[in-house]
Design a protein around this ligand. Sequence first.
Ligand SMILES: C[S@@+](CC[C@H](N)C(=O)[O-])C[C@H]1O[C@@H](n2cnc3c(N)ncnc32)[C@H](O)[C@@H]1O
Length: 341
Amino acid sequence: MFATGTALFRRRASSELHRICLWNTSIVTSRPPSLSTAAAAECKGPPPIRVSLTESAGRCVFATRGIAAGDLIHSAKPLVTHPSASLLDEVCYYCLRRLQKEASSVDASALGENESSSTSTCYFCSESCREQSKVFHEVEKGLDWSAFDAHCSTRRLKYPLMVKRLACMIISGAASVDCLDLLQPASLHPDIVMEMEEEFQLLKDIFVKGQFNNEMLTFFTKEWYVNVLARIRINAFRIELVARSYEEMITSATALVAADAAVGNAIYMLPSFYNHDCDPNAHIIWLENANAKLKALRDIEEGEELRICYIDASMDFEARQKILAEGFGFQCRCLRCLYRD
Ligand SMILES: C[S@@+](CC[C@H](N)C(=O)[O-])C[C@H]1O[C@@H](n2cnc3c(N)ncnc32)[C@H](O)[C@@H]1O
């Protein structure tokens, strides 16, 4: 029964292919807004995909040739990352790699407790990560984040921390103001916008105290804050690293019980155009750090839409529908959902 459904699904996907194609990967990668240096690196060599606009699900990613099960479709570097608040001393501030316990005092460099009146200390897994985040870390470490961090921690908010990081990147010139503009925003309930405005004010006060000149902060408006957060809410990925050794498996099993198994969150350009399916043909994985790999889960035909699963696919039909509607604003009509599986 499911095989028949899959064939039906494939026919539907390929008919969508004949609709207007406004986007392709070369357009996405060659036009403004400019990406950060790290994100631009994700565009090396053309991956076997193109991004097209469809009527039913906005932009979608399609295969431009057959892809075999297990093949790497492409990799992607993040535009913005942020470690989980509970793991600041366990993962790299920049790439989210788990720090080696025994090596952390040697390889990971604590950046002086008294460099900031905020209490958090940052660790890097390598000189390269330290170097790549140097300019925006200079901005971040010079400010007192205690009020903002406390606000986020009591409400268990993680995305505002990414906006804070992005704002520091923009102030330092490491990212452009419009670097997330291409991404689809969530539609926000007015109550949520009010909460965001409160966070915005907290952040604004911190930046103003930091005595940046007005010109550096012209981008930092309420509208910018809400717009960025609306995009992060829909497009950010929760990064869970794949365990590659027995020790890593034990560490992540412990983390599942003790704290958050995710090492952090990150946002990407190309992976953000993948739509959802509860029985996906592709998935996104992270091996040692926030550099993502998009891989085929089964053989994919040329012209087939590539979809990943945004949520825990083991949940039942009702739970999946609820989370997708509330969290992502759409009603899933994938084959599994059509069969109420
Ligand atoms: C990460 S974005 C995916 C790319 C998006 N289609 C775009 O145009 O940028 C997630 C959003 O895409 C849409 N979407 C994703 N999967 C979908 C699906 N299976 N059916 C309908 N809409 C979907 C929803 O609006 C969702 O909030």
